[in-house]
Design a protein around this ligand. Sequence first.
Ligand SMILES: Cc1ncc(COP(=O)(O)O)c(C=O)c1O
Length: 445
Amino acid sequence: MSTPQVQREIARFVSRTPGSRALQQEAARYLPGGSSRTTAYFEPYPIFVDRGEGHYVYDVDGNRYLDFMLNATSLILGHAHPAIVGALQEQASRGTAFSAPTEAQIRLARLLCERLPSLDTVRFTNSGTEATLMALRAARAFTRKPKIAKFEGGYHGSHEYVSVSVRPPAARLDPAGPTALPEYPGQPPGVIAEVLVLPYNDLPRCARLLRQHREELACVLVEPVASAFGYLPARREFLVGLRELTAELGLLLIFDEVQSVRLAPGGAQEVLGVVPDLTCLGKTIGGGMPVGAFGGRAEVMALFDPTRGAPLAHAGTFNANPMTMVAGEATLRCLTPEVYARLGALGESLRQQLRALFARLQVPAQVTGIGSFFGIHFTAEAIVDYRSVLRGDRTLAQGLFVGLINEGILLQSSCAGALCTLTTAAEVEALVAAVERVMRRLRSP
Ligand SMILES: Cc1ncc(COP(=O)(O)O)c(C=O)c1O
């Protein structure tokens, strides 16, 4: 359901982006709907990018955008950072991929193992999807049990077992609590049967369900900061409770830190003080190159050890390719504790300014987030889980998202985003001022 105000923003978007519209039409001849990435499409069509420089992206029509989308938060140093461009140029001239290890993979692995409390050892993949896929496989092989637990509304990539109850529509939700719902018709019932779906932030209910299914369960997969809920940090006592429960029941606790690793050198597990058995990583650790990683307790990761017969195979033509490794290393070397602290303070300032703005405008809204993450929800209700997110006003969110593009600012279409190391108080102010202008437009007849 759209409104005249949202239609007005869309019309303005269309008038500013004729080049993108033409490319969308061209793209649609060869790619379904012109798209190869569900999350990069929005109505009426996405901007087509010409280039990125620092905090900015330029579209093919010459419009400039202040980028808080940052390729799904992965570009923590902004676009085309000189340290990364230099590292990639140097590596490209020496070869981009080999069927053999390079020293670069040791350097990035060492940096990650030194920083993340849960990592004894780590393996690299090419995406976060593969990281959660392999972590679940490791947990099953280690515990010799088939079932996995995940949370309602939790996104962990696009492979089969995590594609359960990711975006269930309100009409299909059981009022009594989460159930395992397929994401597409024809999804094998056998997959659904092996996934236990839990309510986020509800420890008593999780405890009941986990105890009930303990005999078949291998692990609990959870984001300590729920990206799909506007970067909502889990309540600390909830995570502590999950840690204690999983340890007691003999299940592995897996943190999906594909996004939240950008919070601190040791990721959300450092910030929230809870150490899982396995951790999945991605996005920022690849410096803008395709990446994923999973790691954790040595005895679990030993399942992949080729010197001990490796009961678990994990191949991948581009695993630990040196382009990704050097870009990731260059990124992590720029990310000192001081840099994370500055980003966190700036993020807190943004969240406070947005809350004050919505209060002043008398718009019922919640601003979620932690550290350099933020999310905006149009609801008077506190955000605690998937269902509270779902009850937000999506039309208003769509209006803000498109309105901000018209203001030269990019957020994720869910009205969430992240800061990068180039963000200063000026960019935060620019974002808040633009949100105010768009909200006023969306409320005027
Ligand atoms: C929390 C989380 N896990 C996993 C993934 C999947 O990562 P990728 O897109 O690299 O496959 C994402 C991607 O957005 C994510 O946000």
